[in-house]
Design a protein. Structure first.
Ligand code: GDP
Ligand code: MG
Length: 198
């Protein structure tokens, strides 16, 4: 048959709608030490979790990878934001709230301050893009550290409900739910893309 929707390259007049081969820009946001770089290393293909501290990278780092989600390939360009100790304003992160197609908003379940930081960043995101429905997943990382927990699952869920975003708890150290988070963001990006194409 001539049903060949996959070969159709669709762009609207503003060039905003992405063809299927154009990478999605996904940004890792969150306070320091929540596991953003650990996520980035898993995404980039670190051999196993023992590698996650092997190379500390200073500076924003991007990596690009094509993954299969629900039988369809998706290319993601991942931006790992970073902050230095004395960078109280976290300017790099504030700027990156304007550049992504989607965001993984991380906190550590063992660090309540990082949970509050995630709320601040969510508000910044909303200010920078009030009209657009940007896919965001709130990610409670380090769920392997059971005895150090400071933020409960129900608090994370309630926060995500207020933020109008999805929620997942992960452990980068155990490689638990990390790919589920990336797959979830691709599914949300596709929903948004498909509704634009309709
Ligand atoms: P970033 O500052 O957000 O980039 O955080 P990093 O990825 O550098 O991680 C900060 C520290 O937390 C490192 O020592 C990591 O090994 C550790 N870490 C990251 N994710 C996890 C996790 O899921 N569980 C545990 N136990 N430690 C983690
Ligand atoms: Mg880092």
């Amino acid at each position: 048959s001539w049903s060949s929707s996959d070969s159709v390259i669709s762009t609207d007049s503003a060039g905003e709608t992405r063809g299927r081969g154009v990478p999605f820009r996904v940004v890792l946001l969150g306070g320091s030490d929540v596991g953003k770089s650990a996520f980035a290393r898993i995404f980039a293909g670190a051999a196993d979790s023992m590698d996650i501290d092997d190379c500390e990278i200073y500076g924003d780092e991007t990596s690009e990878r094509t993954i299969e989600v629900d039988g369809e390939e998706a290319t993601i360009t991942l931006l790992d934001t970073w902050t230095t100790e004395d960078d109280g304003n976290c300017m790099a992160q504030e700027q990156s709230t304007q550049t992504g197609d989607a965001y993984l908003l991380l906190y550590s379940i063992t660090d309540r301050a990082s949970f509050l930081r995630a709320s601040e960043l969510r508000i910044t995101l909303r200010c920078h893009r009030p009209a657009r429905h940007t896919p965001i997943i709130l990610v409670g990382n380090k769920c392997d550290l059971v005895r150090g927990r400071e933020v409960s699952v129900s608090e994370g869920l309630a926060c995500a409900a207020v933020f109008d975003c999805k929620f997942i708890e992960t452990s980068a150290a155990m490689q638990h739910n990390v790919w589920e988070a990336f797959h979830g963001i691709v599914r949300q990006l596709r929903l948004r893309r498909d509704s634009k194409e309709a």
